[in-house]
Design a protein around this ligand. Structure first.
Ligand code: ATP
Ligand code: MG
Length: 376
């Protein structure tokens, strides 16, 4: 049985009172965009929801596309029935029998929007529930904690029935929290950080530092591919590709000891901040996770993070690697991230990078290097 329409529930928006209209408009734009390849859909926005008449479009494909919309809390495939008791009972039964997994308990919840319908919602709960029960041996009613809640909306022109609720991507609609610069490496973490930032309503541009010819063209292509994959969740993503070889080799020529990674990191952050400010972006987003490597201990994060004054957003900071990988898999970046090409940060790695860099020492070394002090 093919669903006739989708009921889309817009997310966290209730929190946002006055901005609600803008938010709803923004989610709707994104919904229309991801469903753009289905020309026959009809959209009917309502308070906190959007009804989408499928007009024959395949539900499975639309539901995959909808997972890319931030600000969408959940959605349900729904079925139409004429406003007649028997037709509604019949449709309710067919839906219950067509569920992917047969439940042992259910309840019916009827909402009567159309007050001209002859039976009130209480009576309809009983009439529809009773009809399904007598046709499904083994099924029981549980009003408190049912496995399936079969909802019936008695609307002005027809009845709408649905039982499945599919979780959406959640978050805030794209761009409604502002714009930020994602520091995108070729690794597993930073694409996930970028996705989480977008889910919170940030529109992102990305910056990648490459050290050609020490790192290959393919390492760069991999990052372009990652940005492309992330752009499925937004309109498009501008990617700044920064040649970093000279900076890295200059630092390496002047200093080779255990603070090298810290110095290179700080140089990267400085450049990223300048690009962000030039582009009018309000924050940097990075993929650090506390304790994961030497540059991500608390003292390292302190010394590296101090170099910028823009808000530094590190969405993965408290997450376990397994949870990060799970997201990477679900957003399609994982297979790209694990391609073997080297990132520029693995260049010139000292044998034991400091896990406890001293800020004063780092600043002293930087002051002794002319390219840190003279304007470029
Ligand atoms: P990732 O999996 O994102 O590469 P990581 O665990 O390897 O992260 P680091 O190498 O310490 O961690 O990098 C920390 C963060 O610094 C990255 O998540 C990314 O945001 C940023 N970063 C690292 N290398 C680059 C690069 N070449 N270009 C841009 N940003 C980078
Ligand atoms: Mg990395």
């Amino acid at each position: 049985m093919k669903p006739d329409c989708l009921i889309l529930r817009l997310g966290e928006l209730t929190l946002k009172g006055r901005n609600r209209k803008r938010f709803e408009k923004s989610v709707l734009t994104q919904i229309r965009k991801v469903l753009g390849s289905f020309p026959d859909l009809r959209y009917i926005p309502e308070y906190g929801r959007v009804y989408v008449e499928l007009g024959g479009a395949a539900y499975e494909e639309t539901s995959v596309a909808l997972q890319r919309v931030f600000g969408l809390a959940s959605f349900s495939p729904a079925y139409h029935a004429p406003l007649e008791l028997e037709a509604i009972q019949e449709m309710a039964l067919r839906m219950m029998q067509g569920l992917p997994k047969q439940p042992t308990t259910f309840k019916v919840t009827v909402r009567r929007v159309n007050k001209a319908f002859p039976h009130d919602s209480q009576r309809m709960n009983y009439l529809v529930g009773g009809y399904v029960l007598q046709a499904c041996p083994g099924l029981q009613v549980d009003v408190h904690n049912p496995e399936v809640e079969l909802r019936v909306e008695l609307r002005e022109e027809k009845a709408l029935l649905y039982a499945e609720v599919i979780e959406g991507a959640g978050g805030f609609p794209l761009g409604t929290s502002g714009r930020a610069l994602l520091m995108l490496s070729g690794g597993i973490d930073s694409p996930v950080a970028g996705w989480l930032a977008m889910r919170k309503g940030l529109e992102i541009e990305a910056i990648h530092f490459h050290s050609y010819p020490y790192t290959s063209e393919r390492a760069k292509d991999k990052v372009i591919e990652l940005a492309r994959q992330l752009s499925a969740y937004s309109d498009s993503i501008k990617l700044h590709l920064v040649p970093f070889t000279n900076v890295q080799t200059s630092i390496h020529q002047a200093y080779q000891d255990n603070l090298l990674v810290t110095l290179i990191r700080r140089a990267m952050y400085r450049i990223a901040e300048q690009v962000a400010e030039r582009e009018g972006l309000g924050a940097l987003v990075t993929g650090e996770s506390l304790g994961q490597v030497a540059s991500q201990t608390l003292p390292s994060l302190n010394v590296i993070g101090r170099v910028v004054t823009l808000p530094l957003l590190q969405p993965l900071i408290m997450m376990d690697k397994q949870d990060i990988i799970r997201i990477a898999e679900s957003i399609g970046t994982f297979p790209i991230s694990i391609l073997p090409y080297e990132d520029c940060c693995s260049l010139f790695l000292p044998p034991s990078p400091s896990t406890n860099p001293n800020l004063r020492m780092v600043e002293k070394i930087e002051n002794s290097m002319s390219f840190f002090t003279s304007p470029n």
